[in-house]
Design a binder for this molecule. Sequence first.
Ligand SMILES: [Zn+2]
Length: 106
Amino acid sequence: MRKSTRRELGKARELCWHFLEQERCYFCGKLLVEEVDLEFGLATAPPIPVEITIHHKDEESNRKKFSAVDQSKANRTLAHRRCHKAYDAKKNQIWKKKGKALAAAA
Ligand SMILES: [Zn+2]
């Protein structure tokens, strides 16, 4: 890896650690990263040990068309990837049931 790329990656990771400190998962409410024990300013931060993703709060209402999802910061929040996946699975089951109920009623 080129030195400039390594430095950019280290700085990007460092910024992630900085912004994730004390942030909580939208779904489970637990801290996204448990412990932040770094020397900031060296651009040598290690990878984030937990998979984190962005959840769109209005995702449910725009379920059929992802491009219609509001991309503003107010609509974006952070979540553990595993919590988001569990939410997606549950949401898809509910929509499947709703779809069947609607089809049966028609
Ligand atoms: Zn979570």
